[in-house]
Design a protein around this ligand. Structure first.
Ligand SMILES: Nc1ncnc2c1ncn2[C@@H]1O[C@H](COP(=O)(O)OP(=O)(O)OP(=O)(O)O)[C@@H](O)[C@H]1O
Ligand SMILES: [Mg+2]
Length: 271
């Protein structure tokens, strides 16, 4: 779903239970953070389960989830809201963050470092013990609903120094480090999500392990759990495993011919 600002927005209390396999102690930790009204930062590479985890926690805690995919043209007003002209009247329109603050949703700001710097001004009073949202445009100060929880994600891998999160922002959040799940857990996830047998899933995970080990030689990030699931989905549809891995894992990861060859060798060895 997307709102009138084109924001990626999900707010749904009647959803199905998302499949999530705990990889450490993140579920208990999140529940403690929620209980203590502490904002949460999820750090980790792409495709390792951050979004799925937030969806699962929202379901578990019976909270609506409002997700905003941050990007370089995202202003504070996109989060807070704006006045809109309707039949010659100006009417205030809540943005996704304001809505979440009012109704006590979990607000997930995905890739927060991408957003414009003015967004931090908005987030700071919400993510310390004041827990207030200040709407300068209409002079409103909204105390956050007791169940409101702010979650931000960021991938330390891609960030340039310029885009690094400021200490004053970082130090307002408790942080969870997401990594690729341990092999047996990751295989279980791939088997479940890709609907393949455990043997195939284990092979895909072994391949990922090997690719993650060649990371130092030019890959900025290893093969994600998401890509393994893609490969599994192709295999399940009778694409031979070598082509499936090439299309779902090798080619998305790199344009470098030498690295592709190395990966192809690994794929041939395993399948
Ligand atoms: N622990 C897990 N339990 C269940 N599914 C998982 C788990 N980890 C990863 N997945 C699967 O991997 C896929 C990718 O995960 P997800 O979309 O949550 O990644 P992400 O960390 O949010 O990535 P990005 O930073 O690119 O947004 C999910 O669709 C889900 O199928
Ligand atoms: Mg995500």
């Amino acid at each position: 779903m997307s709102d009138s600002n084109g924001l990626d927005l999900k707010s749904d209390v009647t959803r199905q239970k998302p499949f999530y396999l705990e990889t450490g102690n993140e579920v208990g930790l999140f529940e403690a953070a929620y209980d203590g009204k502490l904002p949460v930062m999820l750090k980790g590479p792409t495709g390792c389960g951050k979004t799925r985890f937030v969806e699962y926690m929202a379901y578990r805690l019976h909270r609506p989830l409002i997700t905003v995919a941050c990007h370089e043209d995202l202003f504070a007003s996109d989060l807070i809201g704006r006045f809109l002209l309707k039949n010659d009247e100006t009417i205030w329109n809540d943005g996704p963050l304001t809505r979440a603050v009012r109704i006590g949703a979990i607000c997930y700001l995905d890739e927060i470092v991408e957003a414009r710097k003015d967004t931090t001004v908005v987030i700071h009073p919400l993510s310390d013990d004041r827990r207030i949202l200040v709407i300068e445009k209409n002079g409103e100060i909204i105390p956050a609903h007791p169940d409101f929880t702010l979650v931000i994600s960021y991938n330390p891998g891609y960030q340039s120094v310029l885009k690094d999160l400021k200490q004053s922002t970082r130090q307002r959040f408790i942080s969870f480090e997401f990594k690729y799940p341990a092999p047996e857990k990751e295989a279980e996830i791939v088997a479940h999500e890709g609907k393949v047998d455990m043997e195939t899933a284990r092979r895909l995970v072994t391949l990922a392990g090997k690719i993650r080990n060649i990371r130092e030689h030019g890959l900025t990030e290893g093969a994600s759990t998401r890509l393994l699931i893609y490969a599994a989905q192709l295999i399940r549809r009778n694409i031979d495993p070598v082509s499936a891995c090439r299309s779902a894992v090798c080619l998305p990861l790199t344009d470098d011919n030498r690295l592709q060859e190395t990966m192809n060798d690994l794929i041939q060895d395993l399948f």
